[in-house]
Design a protein around this ligand. Structure first.
Ligand code: COA
Ligand code: ZN
Length: 315
């Protein structure tokens, strides 16, 4: 396999994860989770979103969370914003980067942010201007990049049109998002191979939901296409409230375990991350879906059963 020496993981559980949880996680617990995540070695954390509190009441405390967290040097703290209002609020709260969102498909964009994709692209100009004045970079997320739960296939020309529009606006990076886990690994690899050479100056990343268990495989396929930046969610939290059938992101612990076992550096302390995910289960009030949380790492060893111990030592 053609693997990179290291990758960057952006932890999105605090935003993508908590936005779909039934329980409102209290602000001090959110702050505690972000602080714990900061200590694991993660270099990018999407802390929250500055969206309408009516649309996503779970993250209505975005400003308070940003104000309460300890800022660890070297960690980029970002937030998701859908419009100019969100960009102003996020900058006031002191984010290091704005992560914008629009969907490649009109239907999901209308359900998510009440605009067509073209209208969202128009509004992005205002967001870019606010970011420029505030001196922070913009990473543009494209939801439903690989398929839409309402419309089905998203034609490549459509995705290419959105990417071109965002590149013209001067975004620093583009994150292709598989909002409801529709993408297969080959498709992900092909799309990156088609798009990246046209925009080599952009920071490309991939945001996979593991709805159909193809998340890790898609990340490996994207790495072979040269992508080295991936979103993931501790415990495997995640899901879009405006996309039917959405479920959790690729789990950060599972991704770190997979990559590190192949010698690809993530900079993340797996043990600390697992402990943070265990705390996360208490915060949301239900078990999380990460595999390493249950199975432990592959280096885990069990006591030899009495029934075979003698035979083993006699060998
Ligand atoms: N932050 C806080 N409030 C906001 C806001 C923002 N970024 N943008 C708009 N609002 C408020 C307006 O002030 C207005 O409030 P009011 O009803 O008290 O007057 C209300 O929201 C409606 O504003 P409007 O500009 O007409 O927006 P809309 O109703 O067309 O909704 C969005 C558009 C984008 C604000 C809304 O759809 C949204 O927040 N979506 C979030 C999607 C999301 O987070 N999805 C999951 C992540 S992908
Ligand atoms: Zn997502």
């Amino acid at each position: 396999m053609n693997l990179p020496k290291s990758v960057t993981i952006c932890e999105v559980g605090m935003r993508d994860g908590l936005q779909i949880e039934e329980r409102f996680v209290p602000t001090d617990e959110k702050i505690d989770s972000v602080n714990r995540l900061s200590k694991t070695g993660l270099r990018r954390i999407q802390v929250t979103s500055f969206v309408s509190p009516k649309a996503v009441p779970q993250l209505a405390d975005a400003s308070e969370v940003m104000a309460g967290i300890e800022r660890r040097p070297g960690v980029v703290y970002s937030a998701l914003v859908p419009n100019e209002r969100g960009a102003h609020r996020a900058l006031e709260a002191g984010v290091d980067e704005l992560d914008t969102v629009l969907s490649a498909s009109d239907t999901h964009n209308l359900a998510n942010v009440n605009m067509t994709t073209a209208q969202s692209l128009d509004r992005m100009g205002g967001v870019m201007e606010i970011a420029r004045r505030g001196g922070v970079p913009v990473v543009a997320g494209i939801a439903t990049s690989f398929g839409c739960p309402f419309e089905g296939d998203v034609p490549h020309e459509r995705l290419a049109w959105v990417v071109a529009g965002l590149a013209d606006l001067g975004v620093a990076g583009i994150c292709l998002a598989d909002t409801t886990g529709m993408a297969n690994p080959l498709q992900v690899q092909q799309i990156f191979r088609q798009l990246v050479p046209n925009y080599p100056h952009l920071a490309w990343s991939l945001h996979m939901h593991d709805t159909r268990s193809m998340g890790l495989a898609a990340i490996l396929a994207a790495m072979e296409a040269g992508v080295t930046s991936f979103d993931a969610s501790f415990g495997g939290l995640g899901g879009c409230p405006f996309a039917p059938g959405a479920s959790g992101n690729v789990c950060t612990e599972d991704l770190v375990h997979c990559l590190e076992s192949m010698g690809v550096e993530t900079g993340v302390d797996l043990k600390m991350l697992v402990m943070t995910a265990t705390r996360g289960e208490q915060a949301v009030g239900h078990p999380l879906r990460g595999q390493i949380l249950r199975a432990g790492p592959s280096t885990r060893r069990y006591p030899v059963p009495d029934s075979v111990r003698e035979r083993v030592s006699a060998r």
